[in-house]
Design a protein. Sequence first.
Lengths: 482, 488, 424
Amino acid sequence: MTAGIPTQGGVDATKGSAPASAPRDVLGTLAAPSGPPAFDDHHPPRPELVSDCVHCGFCLPSCPTYVLWGEEMDSPRGRIYLMKQGLDGEPLSDSMVQHFDACLGCMACVTACPSGVRYDRLIEDTRQQVERRHARSRRERLLRGAIFRLFPYPKRLRLLRAPLRAYQATGLRRLVARTGLLPRLAPTLSALESLAPRLTRPERLPQRVPATGPRRAVVGMLTGCVQSAFFPDVNAATARILAAEGCEVVVLPDRQGCCGALSVHNGREAEAQRFARRLIDALGAESLDYFVVNAAGCGSTLKEYGTLLADDPAYAERAAAFSATVRDLSELLAELGPVAPRHPLPVTVAYHDACHLAHAQGVRAQPRALLAGIPALTVREIADADICCGSAGVWNVLNPEPAAQLGERKARDVLATGAELLVTANPGCLMQVAASVQRIGGTLSLAHTAQVLDASIRGLPVTHLLTRSTRSASSRPPSATR
Amino acid sequence: MTTTDISVLAAMLRAAIGDGQVISDRQELRTYECDGLAQYKVIPALVALPRSAQECAAVVRACVEAAVPFVARGSGTGLSGGALPHADGVLIVTSQLRAIREIAPQDERAVVEPGVINLQVTRAATPYGYYYAPDPSSQQICSIGGNVAENSGGAHCLKYGFTTNHVTGLQVVTPDGDLVRLGGRAPDAPGYDLLGAFVGSEGTLGIATEVTVRLVRLPESVRTLLAAFRGTDEAGAATSAIIGAGVVPAAIEMMDALAIEAAEAAVHCGYPQGAGAVLVVELDGPAPEVAAQFTQVEGFCRSNGAFEIRVAADEAERALFWKGRKSAFAAVGRISPDYIVQDGVIPRTALPEVLRRIAEISRERGVRVANVFHAGDGNLHPLVLFDDSVEGQAEQAEEVSGAIIDLCVEYGGSITGEHGVGMDKAKYMPRMYSDDDLDTMQLVRCAFDPRGLANPGKVFPTPRLCGEVPGRHKGAHPLQEAGVAEVF
Amino acid sequence: MPDAALAALRGASHEASSRTNHTDGVWLADDEPVLPGIRPRYVAAPGSTAEAAAVLRAAAAHDLAVVVCGGMTKQDWAAPPRRCDLVLSTRRLIGVVEHVAGDLIAVVRAGTLVTELRQLLAPAGQQLALDAPLPGATVGGTVAVSTSGPRRMLYGTVRDLLIGVTVVRPDGVVAHAGGKVVKNVAGYDLGKLITGSYGTLGLVTECAFRLHPSPAASAYVSRRVADPAAAGRLVADVLGAQVVPSALEVDAPPEGGFEVVVLLEGTAEGVAGRAVRTIRLLGGDAAISDAAPGWWSAYPWGSGDVGLKLTAALSGVPALLGAALAARERHGVPLRLRGSAGTGVLYVGLPGTAAPQTVAGVVDALRAAARDVSGHAVVLTAPAAVREHVDLWGPVEGLELMRRIKQQFDPDARFAPGRFVGGI
């Protein structure tokens, strides 16, 4: 079953019969390896992790690109096979890079794998090799450059929330103009506009929020990039819930920057490390019991800071200690147990597993339990829940066509539940599903888990969640003084 | 075959099915070099990904014209190397032929393309109150086309039978490149049962391009228990008692201590501590029937030494019982760097004796063997553990694995119960069948595939040529001239 | 004139058997019609697979055409062979070779009567779950023609129960396929190819079967209805319910109306519970009985009559019932209809005295109706006069491949030539 069993009497053609394994120069594309081996010595995908794969194929149906295209090279098993070829000395060819790039990083395969293959580690290591060693086309470079000068910066992102003509007049236009980024963002943004009316006034989060009732923990929270730019109400709701459940919340929004998740997920290792150090520096002085994250992609990265900075003697220990305190919002609320009374919300919701929550962090039961704990609320499951919605960080910006196909698949499955409200715990998913639902002509309200809990704890009527608005649930900032 | 031939063939295939549907990049081809049995690797000359039966037939016709062998592959999860590519041939992958054409509960049938995943058929049929019964452990990914080729079994075959009992119709591309229908929605089509011959022929008689399967009514009641025993003897005795009493459970599965350890490590299935063997017994059917027999089964487990019996309280607990069992193969990767999955069958009554002899072999050779099996029908899956980085261990493991197969034949069983012969077991075929038996099977092969282009080198130990080949003749076949093969 | 072929057959038989009187194994048919309408020269009744192989090798050497016969219950089925020099009888190939109750398998010689086998297995509480529509049928004949009865619904047919087979090929080579274990995917499933091949591919000498436990209890629940639509509705209701019938039959006697009968098998409690549910399902004057109706598991025709087999996708059964009744009306024949509505297999009987043109008209109508519901209409048996007017088989898919199979197994076309589809 595993690779490595020796040849048996002339049936293994890679060893048994020379013509089969010898590189055959056919069509030019079958050429023998040319160029340097794919990976250098700086954290190549680890061979022992590669050899954990027994080639059983259980990952295939969980992989969005395999579901779309049905080709081995665009499946986790195939990509691991390509990594193995790279380790065996194959060059980092354009086609190999293309298959690595096509991976959404959703980590559904990690959940599906019975052998415990750490594909998450493998693809991260592979990606930083690709970023360092593969020469991308000028067009690709421009596009990626623009993305990483935009997304990790909440202030720049916030400008995108203005109507199109407004940000066309800004410097942002020059940033994105010739890179092709703008048209790729436009559909998502317009969907968002219709679902979440433009903010009239940017909401300001307080520095600290005291606990309601006896203090049970001191908790920091990540304000994030996309979350704070597009869904500031989610952050406000998060702070209110934590306070209501007896947490003193340390927000410090002005000190926080990007956590580095997007950079990690796209192989931009040095950039990610810079962001990580900055965040640790910003919050390291606070003595926090927990650090709460309400964006799935960020949470999984924060939990891996120990690994990200393992080679940095000045930060390795602090990073690992910090990671140990990181919790997803739902995870912490489940750990603490509820104290704030819930008010009924008579509504049927479909809960969508964000990949970086369900697969990367293994958090599935807690958000469902929190939702189910709200009186009168019904939770419905979505078919093929383990398949990614196609958002995947900036994957939908880099790969708009397949992302749209995945999004429409997900939108159909979501609509098929008959739920009035889609609940999820990641800003990327919210935007992707919102755009997809609109594209296939459906209507659905969307909310972050935090907004639903917040509405229940505050006793708001369910209409606050169902007005096609992801922000109307919070009409005021969390109280800083009460 | 020369490189020019391959480029000509590639051009033919691209013209027939489109540029994007033919793979010739070496790195990409290598991702197809093995199926679920990764110890055998051959890089195919080309990979073709047809999107319709017509495209599949066009690919086969091109192969015939170029006199190039072809191998069909579904999800690539087979455990006998049945989809191992041919170095000079085309690998025809059905993973893009994945439409469920029709769920017809009124006919108790589903019509699907071969690349459809086994479990998807059940998921599509469940809303109508039906399901697809054959359930190989890889059902979440294995394709129906692959199931047809291998005549796949599964835990619930004890009661419901195998793929061959559940396929009522096929559209196939013959090795001549013709599309032919065998069987259909109705039973008992007139003429020879070519459908029966095709199912389980491991891709050597053609490629299925559409499959009509039986749907089975979802049972009214399903009850599952997990019984823990001190050892496999007691668990085996309980199995015999259950069957002997005339109970036909949907499934009786056994795992020994080592297999339990692996499953625990992988999926935390929470099997009872200290168990030397566990049985998972499932009964299904009408509620009163199941209730009566379930009590019987519990009694047999207790009277044969079960020290703990858990009854699945809900679907989640049932799923957990099964999760341990169904992930066992891959899970063994957690307790051993390398292992061989064996698949042999013995008469159920020989179970305790054969298990003792496997334990003896394991002790004598110092090779650990974990046992996972379908106890109800005597289908053993010994997992032979080894570490390839230690000199000589792999060879020892191979020997132990072969010795277990010999045991199966000695006790009147079979060299394979569900994984197929493929590449891996062709060499064992003469241990089970005489030359005359194998010759007779070759008659069928020659009728379907006189040129020997469909998945050559699989199932049968030595290549044989067919006496009469319709169409062009080019003098004596080189294999025949070299004395490697004989005409009969 | 010395009969070289006879001498060779006898020599082979004698050498391969321990019998001293060599005329026991092979004798002259003495112009007695062994089979209706056919006058073979020789009859052989080998006592073992080895002897059968020896005899068939001799027959091959002398280019003798061979027809295998067992209980003589279905020799008038399909087309009469074009040639027949030697009748090979399985009358001496009898008995159970092996019955392992713990493994629920039995290995049986081909000439054993199905009814005898039933009696042999019963004491162990086991059964070969094959109905015997024709009393006197042998195991070998049942396999060769693949006959089935009502309980095919739960247990399947020969192809589902035959796990191993020993065959003597037309060239006298003995071949085994499958084995003695139920689960086995080693090599081609020749058993399925042989099943239903009407003796055109070789002689079956031994069969290994999967057995089932005999049910502790059984009950027949029946109801009469007037028209095919009502019968169809009852059938659909039973299929959609959770009563797990072992059989779901309909019978339509020439005098009109339908009887729908459900057979339930299992534990006493289980059967009682399901019987109550079934009565409720069938409604009306549904009744329960311990005994099968008189027509149960019998074909709706007698010796010398015309017998047809109709198949349909399940949802097409009511349409097929309707078409049969319409044909009865239009052609004014006392057509009798019966079969396994729960599996889409129906049988039609017409009197042997019916005019050939009338029968041809009925066959055409039923064939068209069967085709519309993805099925076939095959004339299983008919008097010689009728055969001249009808195509027995109708359209056959994959005929070219079938011819090639025949060519491989029997290149000289000596085994029941002409009996099977497409003149095979």
